[in-house]
Each structure stands twice: as C-alpha cells, then as structure tokens.
Design a protein around this ligand. Structure first.
Ligand SMILES: NC(=O)C1=CN([C@@H]2O[C@H](COP(=O)(O)OP(=O)(O)OC[C@H]3O[C@@H](n4cnc5c(N)ncnc54)[C@H](OP(=O)(O)O)[C@@H]3O)[C@@H](O)[C@H]2O)C=CC1
Ligand SMILES: CC(=O)[C@H](N)C(=O)O
Length: 259
C-alpha cells in the first residue's frame, strides 16, 4: 500500500484519517506541532496495523518547517540521499484552525498564521507532492476545505475559498494524468476545532447539524478512491452547499455573520 502524509494528524479529522488509512494498510507520515501526541498516535497505530508511522513535527506557519515537510513530499524513492524513504502516494492537507474572533478584533499575526497554515502551506506542500507524483504518474491529493468556503464567514471562509478554487483548478489541470485531486468540504464536525477556538459547539448549531469525524473521513477516502473532485459528506451539507451557491449574496453575507 502507498504512504499517506497527513497534516494535522495529532487530533480531529487528521487523527481519524491516520486511523482509517493505517487500518487500510497505509504507512503514514504524520505532521503537526505537538510531537508528543504524534508519537502517541504512532505508538497506537504502528503495532496495531503493522504499518510504518513516521512522525514529522512541524509548525506549518513557519516557512522552514513547511520546507522540511515539502522535502519529504518530494521523495521519489531510490534516489541518492533518499535512503529507504518511500514516496508519498496520498497527501492530506488537513491542518487548520479558526481565528475565533471577528477580523477587526483579531490580532494581525493570527490572521497571517491562518493564511500561512491554510493557504500558503497547502500550496507549497501540494506543489511538492504534484512534482513527484507526476514523475511517477500516480498519486492523490486531498485538500480539506469547508462548506464555509461558500459563505462570507470571515477570513477563515476566505482561506477555504482559496483552497476550493485552487483545488478545483488543479484537478482540471491534472485531468488525464495518474494524479487525482479532491476537495473535502465538511460541515460542522465534532473535533477539537471549536474548543480550540473557544467557541462552544452548542452555540453554533443544534446536534442534527453536526457530523462525526469517522463518517466524514470514511466518505472522503471513498471519494478519493473514486477520483471524485468535490467531496461534501452528507445529504444535508450537499443541499446546504447547493443553496449557498445560488442564494442571493445579501443572504450569504447575512449567514456569514453567524460567527
Ligand atoms: N471541525 C469542523 O467543524 C470543520 C473542520 N474543517 C477543517 O478540517 C480540518 C481539520 O480540523 P479539525 O480536525 O476539525 O480540527 P482540530 O482542531 O481537531 O485539529 C486541527 C489539527 O491541525 C493541526 N494544526 C493546527 N495548527 C497547526 C500548525 N500551525 N501547524 C501544523 N499543524 C497545525 C493541529 O495539531 P497541533 O495543534 O498539534 O499542531 C491538529 O492536529 C481543518 O482544515 C478545518 O478547517 C472544515 C469544516 C468543518
Ligand atoms: C464549518 C467550518 O469549517 C468550521 N468548523 C466553522 O465553524 O466555520
């Protein structure tokens, strides 16, 4: 089975991607800032599934850290200096966070970090992966966006809108090659995301508006295997996305003020 590199592999959706991909026999490269949590995940999944789990601690808001992860992604296999590293066959650009405050109240350093992690790092890591995957004429890239990309929900939504357009564009560019590109657009999902932003989940949506990480990841991986470009788990969020795409902009702007 191929090796999967997952950013944000220490918690939430990223941890669920690690679990499901390890269970399917994939070796893993896990990227996040919390090295101890990554090591715990590696100790859980490696022996349990008989897969190799590399831990690659990195802060994706730090350019040198992103460059180190990009270097790992660029490995083709068998080249001088690559040792026994295997090429990454699946890149999951998953790491992300909410700034948790309205723009005017936010620290500009937080806004910059948001763009660094959810836009700049996604572009740089995707570029590194595409190069080696095209050389091998096989591979898959899964970028984690959000239904929020269709709203006017602050700079977080703006970052996800970039990822949406970037991913669809790349999917078109690579059509006909052995490399597939998928955009995952989850709705509200129970993870650490909102707690980290200091926003109680109960204040955002009723329980019927929430998804669980296991279902979101299972759906996303099934769509990646099928080469689907747009993966939006659940009928309700498919419907919500369709409505957002046709809704008058004043309504979309009004919805954006929900945070
Ligand atoms: N939960 C939801 O409702 C939704 C989430 N999403 C998206 O899903 C993705 C995963 O989020 P989710 O699992 O929910 O959130 P979690 O907060 O549960 O996990 C976020 C992950 O990102 C990592 N991360 C955060 N900042 C950095 C950084 N600077 N460098 C490297 N890794 C970082 C964290 O690891 P560490 O702290 O160790 O660095 C953690 O592993 C995000 O892109 C999010 O925008 C989209 C739609 C809905
Ligand atoms: C839906 C999202 O991407 C995010 N969890 C949010 O609260 O906006």
């Amino acid at each position: 089975m191929s090796t999967a590199l997952i950013t944000g592999g220490s918690a939430g959706l990223g941890l669920e991607f690690a679990r499901q991909l390890a269970a399917a026999g994939h070796d893993l490269v896990l990227v996040a800032r919390d090295a101890e949590r990554l090591r715990q995940v590696a100790e859980e999944l490696g022996p349990a599934h008989g897969v190799a789990v590399e831990v690659l601690p990195a802060d994706l808001s730090v350019a040198d850290d992103v460059a180190r992860v990009a270097q790992r992604l660029a490995v083709v296999g068998g080249r001088p200096g690559e040792g026994d590293l295997r090429p990454v066959g699946l890149l999951v650009n998953n790491a992300g966070f909410a700034t948790g405050t309205r723009f005017a109240k936010s620290r500009v350093t937080t806004e910059r970090r948001s763009i660094d992690v959810m836009v700049k790092a996604v572009v740089e890591l995707t570029h590194a992966a595409v190069g080696q995957m095209l050389e091998r004429d096989r591979g898959a890239i899964l970028n984690v966006g959000s239904v929020a990309a269709l709203t006017a929900g602050g700079t977080y939504a703006a970052a996800k809108a970039y990822v949406r357009t970037f991913t669809e564009s790349l999917a078109s560019e690579l059509r006909g090659t052995g490399v597939t590109v998928t955009l995952l657009s989850p709705g509200f999902t129970h993870t650490e995301f909102h707690a980290r932003a200091g926003v109680p989940e109960s204040s955002i949506a009723p329980e019927w508006g929430w998804l669980n990480a296991e279902y979101v990841v299972r759906t996303a991986l099934a769509d990646v295997r099928r080469g689907v470009v747009l993966s939006t788990p659940s009928a309700r969020y498919k419907a919500a996305s369709a409505l957002l795409r046709v809704a008058p902009r004043w309504a979309v702007r009004a919805l954006g003020s929900y945070r």
